[in-house]
Design a binder for this molecule. Structure first.
Ligand code: ADP
Length: 153
């Protein structure tokens, strides 16, 4: 049976750190669905459509990666596409502390298992919030984001 994992996030924008997690997850899963979570109370810099198109451009030649948008609970989204796994990336102990609580609560409410991948050392510092600040101030984000030219200001 095909093993599908969901990589959920806001991806505002999708960075080389996120990309590295997908590459690692593809070694373990047959298919990875990147789920862009739409949270109505959050203000995003890049539009939903732009974020989706940007991520699709990065995985244009990888048919085992799909990009979907969802609202509501991540575990409900997983069930809707028949996935039993959530993939998340870890940069440091701060990520671990935060992710552990979410993973344990998700497991309690749904039985869905979370799988973690450590980012490679050169991408540990990459953080979407800082990338947004550099972009807003007119800086070049090519070092941190693949196909950055696809992101609309
Ligand atoms: P969220 O709002 O759900 O935290 P993000 O888009 O910020 O969404 O992150 C999605 C996932 O990617 C999280 O598991 C986060 O820890 C991970 N992540 C973010 N940046 C990196 C990075 N540089 N390297 C590895 N994982 C990362």
């Amino acid at each position: 049976m095909k093993k599908t994992a969901v990589f959920p996030g806001s991806f505002d924008p999708f960075t080389k750190g996120h990309e590295c997690i997908i590459d690692k997850a593809l070694n373990l899963f047959d298919e990875v669905v990147i789920g862009i979570g739409q949270n109505t109370s959050k203000n995003y810099l890049f539009s939903l459509e732009n974020r989706k198109q940007h991520i699709e451009s990065i995985f244009e030649h990888e048919d085992r990666v799909k990009v979907l948008v969802f609202t509501g609970l991540t575990v409900d989204f997983c069930k809707s596409i028949k996935s039993d796994f959530i993939v998340r990336g870890l940069r440091d102990s701060k990520d671990f502390g935060y992710e552990r609580s979410i993973a344990q609560m998700n497991y309690e409410i749904s039985g869905i298992e979370s799988v973690f991948f450590m980012t490679v050392p050169e991408y540990t510092a990459i953080n979407s919030t800082i990338v947004r600040e550099i972009h807003k101030s007119g800086g070049n984000i090519d070092l941190f984001v693949t196909n950055a030219e696809k992101l609309v200001k």
